[in-house]
Design a protein around this ligand. Structure first.
Ligand code: FES
Length: 264
């Protein structure tokens, strides 16, 4: 654990949110991590605040961008009986939070060969019979830090509507908080992943533009260009990158076309 003195004469620029150095003028607030009190800058996420407090994440942290699902956290606020759920890398600390990290939650994962599977709801029902232990309490949905309608997709799977379940669960990042709160002991996130795999492989219409592009790649359309890129120096590559045509940030979808269309 290393706390740095904010008044040190270091010329280093300190960005707000730096995980080890208290930014000039930043207020600190108390939080509780597994029962122990720490003073941390109020601007930090839970993950950075814990690192500021001296914790080191060997597990329970991955992308740090709200995508990988490695950092679910359960917390309570002072004077509030409710349990709250968030991703440590996304949720900003609040005064007197009581925090516990749940970096991994053991849940049953069925074994299957996606190549050999029959893409129907009965397959999912047979692989995960515990689906029918769901009592529709909705704790799963309340626990989801991504706002996924977990109970709704579980109901859709039970009713055989895999396409609806695939769409409803699309934002799932497999953190497992739903399973941690399930009184029926369902592994919702694993079931949903199977459904999305079935949907992506067997149900969703095939993307014609993707198939066209694969044929183009296989026919060698890009070989010369890749060859030329590989022969370039670092400086040449950097120049090319900086001067490349770029889509304007605010261009409405489908309205922008580059001038150089030779590789489209
Ligand atoms: S570290 Fe990946 S979601 Fe938080």
């Amino acid at each position: 654990m290393s706390h740095h003195d904010s008044k040190s004469a270091s010329p280093m620029q300190v960005a707000t949110g730096d995980r080890a150095i208290l930014p000039e003028g930043a207020r600190t607030i108390p939080i509780y991590v597994m029962g122990k009190r720490y003073e941390v800058p109020e601007t930090l996420t839970i993950m950075k605040a814990m690192e500021y407090a001296g914790f080191k994440f060997l597990r329970g942290a991955g992308c740090r961008g709200g995508i990988c699902g490695a950092c679910p956290t359960v917390y309570r606020k002072e004077g509030d009986y409710k349990l709250y759920f968030g991703l440590a890398c996304q949720t900003v600390v609040e005064p007197n939070m009581y925090l516990a990290q749940i970096p991994f939650y053991p849940a049953n994962r069925a074994k299957y060969d996606i190549e050999a599977i029959s893409p129907v709801a009965e397959t999912v029902h047979a692989l995960y019979p515990e689906l029918f232990r769901c009592v529709a309490c909705n704790n799963c949905t309340k626990a989801c830090p991504m706002g996924v309608e977990v109970l709704d997709y579980i109901s859709a799977i039970k009713q055989g509507d895999l396409a609806r379940a695939a769409h409803l669960s699309f934002d799932c990042i497999q953190c497992g908080m739903c399973a941690s709160r399930c009184m029926g002991e369902l592994p919702q996130y694993h079931v949903a992943q199977l459904v999305r795999r079935i949907y992506g492989k067997y149900i969703q219409p095939r993307a014609a533009h993707l198939e066209k592009r694969v044929v183009e790649i296989e026919s060698g359309k890009y070989d010369a260009m890749l060859d030329a890129l590989q022969k370039m120096s670092h400086e040449e590559l950097e120049k090319l990158y900086k001067e490349r045509e770029r889509e304007p940030d605010m261009a409405p979808p489908g309205t922008w076309m580059p001038e150089d269309t030779q590789y489209l």
